[in-house]
Design a protein around this ligand. Structure first.
Ligand SMILES: [Zn+2]
Length: 431
């Protein structure tokens, strides 16, 4: 431990007081400090003294964070002995580590909350890439989630650098793109996209996309085995034609259970990245915006079973409606559907409508503009409570028009046309 409690640290004319040691990792120590009457986390590197790393850190601080989802370095701290580090905000207590999700300790409240987290993850990567950065050190220790709200927090952002630059940190092998594992390329947007797909697969299926029967070929998973499994001979466990690396019963139970429940379009997005994307790193990998669109589709048509409570898709986008729950066989709920363009929003109680649904130019997939509610006096009457700053026009099947005021409720009735704007008209269908 470099500093003791109550020690005063000096850096470029500022001082901060050490309150506690928060963590001691391989790369550095993290302290709780008081600076300018606020509490922060201070990371001090152990042996890194080279200028490249420090300059990159300084430049990232100056450019600022891509979004609120990143626990971004805030202030460079330079010590008199030549060591350095940075200040960042403290991680709030409501976040759990992705590692604790993978080992079953913490979880998401439900599937729609998990999908929201996935959408936030893709949105954050999109913003990071738009700023010309790549994440590089992608691994399960960097991601945090609020299991109740689906909020995402990304930590350890000190390894973020410009594309095609690398500071000697490459992340964990099982999250890396194969060309990085082999040492054939430097991390960039394309390798980040591969890693993003790995994390999405691990979130949705609770297993690694390249770990299947082939594991049986190795007595131990050493460096040579890892190089083959993730670098020179990666084989997606659900490759459509080469079935030699399927998940193993007993070992990969979660993957075997969860994969069949995914919509075809999500499966295709994985297949594309993990099969086509092995060779074609530029065009073969599902991009962030493609993921966001498919995940929104998934969220829109998710319903819950009235008997066992499990969430599954209605199957409308694929034209294969699930008439019964795939888990317990109970009849699916009869629900109305709001169709806006290519979106099929199944109107279950609590289902949300987002900005992108009602504005085709919007790339906001997270701001809610409506929610399905039941009438307080007559719970069998449902409606969509909107939160907009403009009126909406609705027209029923008889042609009668009505204005729904901002913050009003759109009644959920058969064949109602909803004009959100001149360009966006939705129709409510009964199933
Ligand atoms: Zn069920």
């Amino acid at each position: 431990m470099k500093f003791s409690k109550n020690e005063i640290i000096k850096s470029n004319g500022s001082t901060m007081k050490v309150l506690d040691l928060l963590g001691d990792g391989g790369q550095g120590e993290v302290y709780l400090v008081d600076y300018d009457h606020n509490k922060y986390a201070l990371k001090i590197y152990k042996d890194i003294q080279y200028d490249d790393f420090k300059n990159n850190l300084r430049s990232n601080i100056e450019k600022g964070s891509p979004s609120d989802n990143f626990l971004w370095p805030k202030k460079l701290v330079e010590l008199e002995d030549g060591n350095f580090g940075y200040l960042m905000d403290l991680r709030p207590n409501n976040y759990s580590s992705f590692v604790s999700y993978l080992n079953g300790k913490d979880g998401f409240k439900d599937r729609k909350t998990m999908i929201k987290w996935c959408i936030e993850l893709c949105t954050s990567f999109k913003k990071l890439h738009e700023m010309g950065y790549s994440y590089q050190d992608l691994n399960d220790g960097s991601f945090f989630f609020d299991g109740d709200t689906g909020e995402l927090l990304i930590c350890d952002n000190d390894n973020v650098t410009a594309n095609q630059k690398n500071l000697g940190v490459l992340g964990k092998i099982k999250y890396m793109a194969p060309e990085i594992v082999r040492g054939d390329a430097l991390p960039d947007t394309h390798s980040d996209r591969f890693s993003l797909a790995v994390i999405l697969f691990m979130t949705l299926c609770l297993g690694n996309p390249f770990e299947g029967e082939r594991l049986k070929n190795y007595n131990i998973i050493d460096e040579k085995a890892e190089l083959e499994l993730y670098g020179t001979k990666p084989l997606f466990v659900y490759h459509k034609t080469d079935k030699s690396n399927r998940p193993v019963r007993g070992y990969h139970a979660s993957v075997l259970k969860r994969w069949p429940t995914l919509p075809t379009y999500i499966k295709e997005a994985f297949h594309r990245t993990f099969v086509d994307g092995l060779q074609d790193r530029e065009n073969g990998r599902t991009t962030e915006i493609e993921w966001i669109k498919q995940l929104c589709r998934y969220r829109d048509e998710l319903i819950s079973c009235p008997k066992c409570g499990v969430e599954y898709i209605k199957g409308l986008a694929e034209n294969k409606p699930n008439l019964v729950c795939p888990y317990c066989g109970a009849n699916s709920k009869k629900l109305s559907v709001l169709v806006i363009g290519k979106s099929y929003i199944v109107l279950e109680l609590g289902k949300k409508i987002y900005k992108h649904h009602i504005d085709k130019y919007s790339s906001d997939y997270l701001t809610e503009v409506g929610v399905v509610i039941a009438n307080k006096n007559n719970p069998s009457l449902w409606g969509i409570k909107v939160s907009l700053n403009h009126d909406i026009l609705v027209k029923d099947s008889k042609g009668v028009e009505k204005t729904i005021q901002a913050n009003g409720v759109i009644p959920i009735v058969k064949d109602l046309k909803v004009k959100f704007s001149d360009e966006t008209i939705g129709v409510i269908y009964e199933q």
